[in-house]
Design a protein around this ligand. Structure first.
Ligand code: IPD
Length: 307
């Protein structure tokens, strides 16, 4: 019910804050030389050289998992690091109330002290993420949402931040958009072909129409932040217009889904229908591999009928 959800929301926000503090403390120890070396951090490679886990990932996940288990022993828990021990790629979230957690999204960024890293905590009911908390401590940005209560930056600014300044999106060309995509971890294998070609075709879609001095307009910017979670948060802000990625897992996207949907944006899977990995997934919005997210519509979009 509503009150129980409100309590879970408050608990999730506090967990996000504490976990963000842990991430930042680890980052600071590296900056002042009191922890691991200031230029390197030890990590273990999982599937390949970009699929890595640090001590911090494990410590923060342990903190979140034990906190959740103590407070809500009946809830399910799906965390990136608890899961990764060689399990196969199937649909992971059942109908139970479940916490879906990435203790450190943007692990590669963290190891390089590139500021785009965060903790991502979602609470899902019947497979649907209804609470999302994302805390990026290096950026002092914390995002949160609870179904029916809006999506927020730092608890005070309602999302989307950008309501109307961006030009409306034309129906069939992503001109004047900010487009973000991630390169993922397995760069050879996405269900629908080669990653570089996919991105190229997206970027060219608008520019080919425009040509030099043409009217179609080009994609304004292509970004790759290194954190799928923050891509979704920035799409919810309205700062990114479109995000696309192949190869995500539930914990990469669940909190961002909750926040973006609550902000009024759209998120969908873009799995090819014949992809054996995703064929039996009961819900379109979680447990996919290819994702597409679109920012909340501003009033100008409504006027031009983009919706
Ligand atoms: C990864 C990041 C990256 C995305 C990968 C994710 P991690 O998560 O979000 O940007 O391309 O698909 O797995 O390993 O840093 O938690």
């Amino acid at each position: 019910d509503g009150q129980a959800l409100a309590e879970i929301y408050a608990f999730a926000v506090q967990l996000g804050k504490d976990a963000g503090d842990m991430l930042m403390a680890a980052a600071r120890r590296r900056m002042d030389g009191s922890g691991e070396s200031s230029t390197t951090v030890s990590y273990v490679e999982k599937e390949n050289s970009v699929d890595i886990v640090t001590k911090t990932d494990n410590e923060v996940e342990h903190f979140i998992r034990t906190s959740v288990e103590a407070k809500y022993p009946d809830h399910g828990f799906l965390g990136e690091e608890s899961y990764s021990a060689g399990a196969s790629r199937t649909y992971l979230v059942d109908d139970r109330p479940t916490w879906i957690v990435d203790p450190l999204d943007g692990t590669v960024n963290f190891t390089h002290l590139f500021p785009m890293f965060c903790v991502s905590i979602a609470f899902a009911v019947k497979g649907e993420p209804v609470i999302g908390v994302i805390n990026a401590p290096f950026l002092n940005q914390s995002f949160s949402s609870c179904a029916g209560r809006g999506a927020w930056l730092n608890g005070t600014q309602r999302l989307p931040l950008i309501r109307n300044p961006v030009p409306p999106m034309p129906r069939n060309a992503p001109s004047a958009c900010t487009f973000s995509c991630e390169w993922g971890k397995d760069r050879r294998d996405i269900p629908d072909g080669n990653m570089t070609r996919k991105v190229e075709s997206f970027v060219n879609m608008a520019s080919e129409r425009s040509g030099r001095g043409g009217k179609g307009g080009m994609v304004h910017g292509v970004r790759s932040l290194g954190s799928a979670t923050l891509d979704l948060a920035y799409t919810a802000m309205g700062s990114l217009d479109i995000w696309w990625e192949g190869g995500c897992w539930e914990w990469d996207v669940a909190a961002g889904f909750a926040i973006l949907q609550e902000a009024g944006g759209l998120v969908t899977t873009a799995n090819p229908p014949d992809d054996p990995d995703t064929a039996d997934i009961p819900r379109a919005h979680l447990g996919g591999r290819l994702y597409l997210a679109i920012r909340p519509a501003g009033p100008s979009d409504k006027e031009t009928g983009r919706e």
